[in-house]
Design a protein around this ligand. Sequence first.
Ligand code: OGA
Ligand code: MN
Length: 204
Amino acid sequence: MMPQTADLDTMADALGARGWIVVPSFFAAAEVAALAADCRALDAAATLMPAATGREAGRRQAGLRGDRTRWFEPDALSSPQAAYWQAMDALRRGLNQRLLLGLESLEAHYALYPPGAGYARHRDRFRDDDARVLSSVCYLNEGWQPADGGVLRLHLTDGVHDVVPQDGTLALFLSAEIEHEVLPAQRERLSIAGWFRRRELAHG
Ligand code: OGA
Ligand code: MN
C-alpha cells in the first residue's frame, strides 16, 4: 500500500493548515488484519510490556495510561510490520516534499489497550525528547462500533474531535501542539503509534 499523489496533496494541505488529519482506509483491510494478528501473537507470547511514559525506562505511570506496547525493531521487522514501515516511509517522503517538516526517521510501537484502559490527556513531545514532529496512529480494530468507545479525542482550539479507532484509519497530528487522550473502550483496542522524528541536535 502506497499513498497516492492526490491523497498526499490533500493530507499535506490539511496538515499545513490545521495541524491534524484523519484518513479512513489509509491501510488496506488485509494488511491491517495481518498486523492485528501479528500484534496478538506477540501479546500471547507476553512480549508486550506495560507502557512507560516519557523516556524514563521502566518508570511506570500506571494512572496515566493502561496500554501494553512493543517497539518495532527496524532491523527485524515481521512481514506485516515491513509493509507498514514501507507505507509510512513513503508517506514521510511525500510529506517532506510538500511541507517543511524535516521528517527524518520513524519510531513505532504496537499498543494494546485492554477493556477499560485509556491514556490521559497529553502531548507527544516530551521535555527530554523534542525530536518528535508528527504523531501517527494506525488502528487495527475490525468492526468497531460507536458503543465500543475507545475514541482518540483530539483537543483543538475550537473544541474536540473524536477519532473512531476503526481498522485502516490513520490519524496524523503535530506532536508538539495537539493535546489528545484515549478514552476507555469496552473491548480490546489495538493500534500502532508512530512518530516521525527530525534530526536530533547534538547537546553540548
Ligand atoms: C500515544 C497515543 C493514541 C491512540 O500512544 O501517545 O496517544 O489512539 N495513542 O492510540
Ligand atoms: Mn499520544
